[in-house]
Ligand binder design. Structure first.
Ligand code: ADP
Ligand code: ZN
Length: 765
């Protein structure tokens, strides 16, 4: 009798309290009371409306409990239910909770970023109940950080358009960057919103929220194109993928043009046949139009393309079709990691080495690392694909934690192009007289043009020149708000800060000594393109960098290249991405060692990857390719290995160096960044956090090492002083224990400074 009644009372214990994650920058969850009428219907993963210190918010229920946590006196009651079923698939929900925990990011913000808009009827009910007044709504997905992008829907040059000064001012500010936060345009015009609205009406700009989600780009049906027969390496890779039972991860290491995409397409096909879903992450949609169109051609409109220009409703529509399973394939940039794919079967991270998979503000996650985790949670296969895998990923494969699939040869008949190294210390300038256009490169370009073939020249510096110099006193004009030199643009007539977009005209005289004029120093893509046009007057020279991506559009520039309207394409790292331009037989790298001395332990790796990738653009069609690396450091192992197409040689040397220096993958890193408007405030806070770290690194015994604190390599950005310290340890647990104490100290309050913790940081600047 007794036993039964106690069990009955246990069953009767109602789960009257909900733990709620709120979309606010606080790392804890909050307890609310569940009103009796919702007890039966409320579940984990649903959104609810609550008031929080006078604000009305949409939170997500992350747990239910019978009693309030001890010590809580007054518990507020939930105002209403916003969803009738959990927002996310279970797998995704628990993955997001893990991701928030891993990166120490507020759970409510992580969850909200992935939510669809609030249902209208739920909002109506809250208005009827009086929780919301008539016109009021609750901030749904995220606080909108509206950004503006200049699009070119009109073919007229801007000089010809009838625009007011303010509109012209906004367009000029936009021309320099791909995407600008609307609020920063206040430095140009007092009320950017109205000016932007007018420009949008004229079809000149597009407004969207930062980091937006799902866009069915075009409703193009696409002819379903039949697939080529696989070669033996592809068949082998596909067999291994098909043999995976349960969660399993792979590195597909295939040289540029080895046919990795074909393997993805085949595998996705079988996954979809099984009634499961596929997620494909790519570095940047704008740079991979070909990849997207290949998917379209194979799968027609059965895919949602996820990128950054959209309306809220388009995004929501795609979100819902994925959630319901009516669309099974999503292809998109890093934020697509949180796409609500129904019954997820595979996640593919293409070009997994690309640094853009790491988000560097707000929620600082790495989409590649998290893809591995999500796939595991979802019992899905994860494929990381690259011709130049990151050192971390290749190490995972080498140590057997993920399976290595190799495709060492190109799928077409052509071998990888031969690479010629030009030693800039010995070679004289070519006919142009410019040191960075050697006689040899000049000659190769002439041959290429004479044969009516195409060339790509890679120079990772946009603008006319990286800086300008007063040759009387040596002064280099810098940004007033950032500790960097201003870059010369538009033939040197304008100076631009590449960090905050501050723009001025080139001053007539030096501000320090009054001498005139100031001269461009160094070479940027703009100047290189001009120089080539002069040196090869019959050649049509195009340019692909952030500036032309805005003024013309990436796809337009690539299309001109494909249709042979251009002979030479000059560009920044944008030209190194996976473009398939069959007419290109010559690739020239203007300065192969350019990034090698960057203050970043991944500098050699990036150099190798960019060189190997750009070299891979040559000879993809029926003609064989040729590559020239100009460099002041011909012996550098990253340059040499890229010239020999020797990934493994590069990896072995680099991973050994990382081991000696104690960098990943031999250790784990966390960075702590502090910034403030006043230098001493920022310094005081980082020193306080460093003391916390030291206390814990000492007591935690073994191996957590503190590097710094020190001023960040770029010590000031947008007027804020920046400091940094790094923590590293071979042991993730020990590192996390120390990071935990720092997070605790940050949560204890450090205003007016700001601090962020960056787990597995990528950007070192
Ligand atoms: P990757 O993604 O490795 O750079 P792609 O999948 O883009 O390589 O393939 C490179 C080129 O080879 C493409 O033009 C593709 O159509 C072609 N290709 C791929 N697989 C085959 C195959 N099995 N037979 C013939 N051509 C192929
Ligand atoms: Zn600046």
């Amino acid at each position: 009798m007794l036993e039964v009644s106690s069990r009955e009372s246990a069953q009767k214990k109602v789960l009257e309290y909900a733990e709620v994650a709120l979309p606010i920058p606080l790392r804890n969850v909050f307890t609310y009371r569940v009103p009796p009428e919702l007890v039966a219907s409320l579940n984990t993963g649903m959104r609810i409306a609550v008031s929080f210190h006078g604000r009305k918010l949409a939170g997500i229920v992350v747990g239910l409990r019978a009693d309030p946590p001890p010590g809580i006196k007054r518990v507020v009651t939930i105002a209403g239910l916003l969803d009738s079923e959990p927002v996310f698939p279970d797998e995704l929900f628990s993955f997001m909770c893990d991701a928030a925990r891993y990166y120490y990011h507020p759970l409510g913000e992580v969850l909200r970023a992935g939510c669809p808009a609030l249902p209208r009827d739920a909002l109506n009910r809250l208005q009827a109940s009086g929780f919301l007044s008539k016109a009021e709504t609750i901030p749904g997905r995220r606080v909108s950080k509206r950004t503006v992008r200049w699009v070119r829907r009109t073919t007229q040059p801007i000089e010809k358009l009838k625009l007011g000064n303010r509109q012209r001012g906004v367009l000029e500010a936009l021309a320099l960057d791909r995407e600008v936060r609307e609020s920063t345009l206040r430095t140009v015009v007092p009320d950017p919103r109205s000016v932007v609205r007018r420009l949008a009406k004229l079809g000149l700009v597009q407004v969207f929220e930062r980091d937006p989600w799902f866009v069915p780009v075009d409703q193009l049906q696409g002819d379903v194109v039949s697939a080529p027969a696989l070669n033996p390496a592809q068949s082998h890779a596909l067999e291994r993928l098909m043999s995976a039972e349960g969660p399993k991860s792979f590195l597909l290491h295939g040289v540029t043009g080895s046919g990795k995409t074909e393997v993805y397409l085949r595998f996705i096909h079988t996954i979809v046949e099984q009634g499961r879903g596929a997620l494909v992450l790519v570095p940047e949609i704008a740079l991979t139009p070909q990849l997207v169109s290949r998917f379209r051609h194979r799968f027609g409109d059965r895919i949602a393309v996820v990128h950054s220009a959209l309306t809220e409703s388009e995004r929501d529509q795609a979100w819902r079709s994925l959630r319901s399973g009516s669309v099974r394939i999503a292809i998109g940039v890093r934020s697509a990691l949180f796409a609500p794919i129904h019954n997820l079967g595979v996640i593919i991270v293409d070009e997994e080495h690309d640094p853009s998979f790491k988000q560097d503000d707000g929620f600082r996650y790495h989409a590649r690392d998290m893809a591995l985790l999500r796939a595991k949670r979802a019992q899905a296969v994860c494929i990381l694909g690259s011709a130049t895998p990151s050192i971390e990923t290749y190490e995972l494969a080498r140590s057997g934690r993920i399976e290595l699939l190799e495709m060492p040869d190109r799928a077409t008949d052509h071998a990888l192009p031969s690479v010629e190294i030009v030693d800039l210390r010995r070679h004289r300038a070519g006919p142009t007289g410019h040191r960075l256009l050697s006689g040899r490169l000049h000659q190769r370009l002439s041959e290429c043009l004479a044969a009516k073939e195409q060339a790509i020249l890679f120079l990772n510096r946009r603008g006319f020149a990286p800086s300008v110099l007063c040759e009387e006193c040596g002064h280099v004009p810098g940004c007033p708000a950032c500790s960097v030199a201003l870059t010369a643009h538009q033939g040197g007539s304008r100076l631009v800060c590449h960090y905050c977009d501050h723009t001025t005209r080139l001053p007539r005289r030096c501000s320090q000594c009054g001498a005139a004029p100031l001269n461009p120093l160094g070479l940027g893509t703009e100047q290189l393109a001009e120089g080539l046009a002069r040196a090869f007057p019959d050649a049509r020279v195009g340019r692909l960098d952030r500036d032309t991506a805005v003024s013309e559009g990436v796809e337009q520039v690539l299309q001109r290249m494909r249709s042979r309207e251009l002979d030479i394409l000059v560009g920044t790292q944008m030209v190194t991405k996976g473009h398939d331009l069959p007419g290109v037989t010559l690739v020239g790298v203007v300065q192969a060692d350019q990034g090698i001395h960057f203050p970043d332990f991944r500098a050699s790796e990036r150099t190798f990857q960019q060189l190997a990738q750009v070299a891979g653009r040559a000879g993809r069609g029926t003609l064989s390719g040729r590559v020239v690396f100009q460099t002041f450091q011909p012996e550098h192992f990253a340059v040499r290995a890229a010239a020999l197409h020797d990934y493994l040689g590069f990896f072995q040397r680099e991973v050994e160096m990382r081991r000696e220096l104690g960098y990943p993958p031999s250790s784990r890193l966390a960075a702590v960044w502090v910034d403030a408007g006043a230098e001493d405030v920022a310094r005081r806070v980082i020193e306080k956090l460093a003391r916390v770290a030291r206390r814990h690194t000492q007591t935690s015994g073994a191996g957590v090492q503190l590097l710094g604190p020190a001023a960040a390599p770029i010590a000031r950005v947008r007027g804020r002083y920046r400091f940094r310290m790094l923590l590293r340890s071979p042991s993730r647990q020990e590192l996390r224990a120390v990071v935990h104490s720092i997070v605790h100290a940050i949560d204890g309050g450090i205003s007016p400074a700001r601090a962020v913790v960056d787990i597995d940081p990528v950007s070192m600047l």
